[in-house]
Design a protein around this ligand. Structure first.
Ligand SMILES: Nc1ncnc2c1ncn2[C@@H]1O[C@H](COP(=O)(O)OP(=O)(O)O)[C@@H](O)[C@H]1O
Ligand SMILES: [Mg+2]
Length: 337
């Protein structure tokens, strides 16, 4: 089993007269991990729900494994949906079922597996997310981090080729988020699934994905190899990555230019804007699978792909890509074949 590519082209979504985003085009490469950033309310969850066909954009196409899910039949959509595992924002566990039954639910619902086969799969998935021993607990008896991991185990139980995670880190402390980040990379190494993560967590965004994009002002600001966004000097990207108040993103809506220049003057006069003291810029090494797990086969495919589009990237991103390719090369040279 390997992941499948998702190619989104010219996608536009409105609710009544409210335009959520327009002309969104991006490709999630097969088996790679991608992150989608964006201020609250920019339609990230709407985008994820569109990818599984729960919401219907009015224009554009979403090609999954050769099928446009916006024009296909209900039966085809049903089949395509089976490729997905989704972790919704709240984990969405059944409160009256223990973790074992929660994780077993999709297997009992969608497969003809015997209870002993179900047991094998459930125990393996619970082990994968570090929940062995907690199978009898109810969702109400465990921490938010454990609920997230149980939700992840349930999302993975049908061996999905595509995994969507909507803010998997929300409500988690930085240490739990770091564990979760590692888990997502390990899962990708084990399954080669195509993974899309929506997150506000900068540390996760900087260390986990192969590709990154950002939604802002009803548009996809950019999408591509992680190095492009991480070295970008686009004001909205910089503001977001540094958690600053100063910049185009406001509390409730975008700011006007008068307000922006007033704020800029305050910062120049030495006022803090609450962001990181040093610029959070540049590329940090990507997480690697935990020793003992398989290597990520996506890494080599991505290298070839990025080398091909290298000449189209901005100079700062090209330098960062060359640097990460060098260190990945060094690493794989050290790894016994
Ligand atoms: N089913 C729906 N019907 C009408 N409006 C919706 C629906 N779902 C989301 N919206 C609106 O779409 C916008 C984007 O929402 P959402 O995707 O949840 O943002 P994000 O996940 O980026 O924070 C919001 O203004 C929200 O109110
Ligand atoms: Mg959301």
């Amino acid at each position: 089993m390997a992941g499948v590519e998702i190619a989104v082209d010219g996608l536009t979504k409105s609710f009544g007269a409210q335009r959520i985003w327009q002309d969104v085009s991006l490709t999630l490469p097969r088996g790679e991990v991608s992150v989608l950033l964006g201020p609250s309310g920019t339609g990230k969850s709407v985008f994820l729900k569109s990818l599984i066909g729960l919401l219907r954009p009015e224009e554009g196409s979403i090609m999954i494994d050769g099928t446009d899910i916006l024009t296909c039949t209900a039966k085809e959509l049903y089949e395509i949906r089976k490729m997905f595992g989704v972790l919704f924002q709240d984990g969405a566990l059944f409160g009256s079922m223990n973790l074992y039954d929660n994780v077993a639910f999709p297997l009992r619902e969608h497969t003809a597996k015997s209870e002993s086969e179900v047991r094998k799969v459930v125990m393996a998935k619970l082990d994968m997310v570090g929940l062995t021993g907690s199978e009898d607990k109810l969702p109400g008896e465990i921490s938010g981090g454990m609920r997230k991991r149980a939700g992840l185990a349930r999302a993975l139980v049908l061996d999905p080729q595509i995994v969507l995670c909507d803010e998997p880190d929300s409500g988690l402390d930085p240490v739990r988020t770091a564990y979760l980040s590692q888990q997502l990379i390990d899962i990708n190494a084990e399954t080669d699934a195509t993974i899309l993560i929506v997150t506000h967590n900068i540390q996760l965004a900087r260390t986990v994905p192969d590709n990154m994009g950002m939604l802002f002002r009803k548009e996809l600001v950019m999408f591509g190899p992680r190095e492009v966004l991480l070295t970008s000097d686009e004001p909205v990207v910089e503001q977001f990555l540094n958690g600053r108040r100063i910049g185009p993103i406001g509390m409730s809506e975008e700011k006007d230019s008068a307000q922006m220049s007033q704020e800029q003057a305050m910062v120049e006069a030495g006022h803090s804007d609450g962001g990181a003291p040093e610029d959070v810029r540049g590329v940090v090494p990507q997480l690697e699978p935990t020793p003992g797990r398989p290597i990520r086969t996506a890494v080599a495919r991505r290298q070839a792909r990025v080398e091909e589009i290298m000449h189209t990237l901005p100079p700062s991103a090209q330098a960062a890509v060359s640097e990460s390719l060098r260190s990945e090369g060094r690493h794989s040279a050290l790894t016994p074949a």
